[in-house]
Design a protein around this ligand. Sequence first.
Ligand SMILES: [Zn+2]
Length: 310
Amino acid sequence: MSFQKIIGQKPIIQSLTNAINSEKIGHAYLFVGAEGIGKRTLARAFIKELLCEKKAMIDCSCRACRLMATNNHPDLIEVNPVGNSIKIEQLRELQKNAYFHPIYGKHKIFFFPEGEALTLAAANSLLKILEEPPPAVIFVFVATRLESLLPTIRSRCQVMHLFPVGIQELTDFLSKKGLSEAEIEKKIKESQGNLKKALAEEEAPQEELVSFPDFFSLDLLALLVKVNELEKKERNVILDLLQQIEIEARAELVNCIHKDVLNAKINVQQLVLFLEKIPDTINAIKSNCSQRLALETLIVSTKLLIDEGI
Ligand SMILES: [Zn+2]
């Protein structure tokens, strides 16, 4: 996919296009954003623009673009987890390969679509080459959370933060697909700026455990009852749910989708403070803290936040 076909993320596309046009391309990029927001698609589009022989910025059928379309471009090396992680052994050959010239063009790209899967040892083994990369080499990492990569890796990358797609852009896109106004409104409400959801033809039925507006519309007792239900779920289900709530809260900051429910209850500053609490809850659960305790702390501290009227 070319930059031209990407929905949203215009400031990032502009900055990457400027870098390509002025030939001031960095040696390492990190695309960060919530699941489903389109960060891998954007990273792949950037790689396509880097390797395209015509620098076409649109769909193109040059040799490089054809090879990329079939995952056969020799100067694009994609590194995926084996099992659950990317291990140091996988990177040994890669690091040797980095010192050979690219076969077709000016660049050789090492692409990590799941950057958070790097083990500590694997990430550490990349530091030297990231510090002094061979001139043709460009590293492209993708991650859902910035903190999931070592600070020493992050600091060597140009970080691109993706934001939920704006209502207007989504509306324009969905109306071009021929959806009715009512369908578009429904999709936008459900997707919260999450492209994967907005573009899904059919949504899998989802069990409603607790949603983002619940934190503000339900009273403390009703929320604690929900925690009872949640506690029976697996850790991953709860982590996914918290991540979804974080996506929705971020989308709310940009698009004010639930302003009818939320405006009376909280202001922007409180919403930002709520957003800051979610990673703490996720980290607590990841480090094997009691799920119930972590969720109750989030709920009670959110309620205090509202009551104190900061
Ligand atoms: Zn091309």
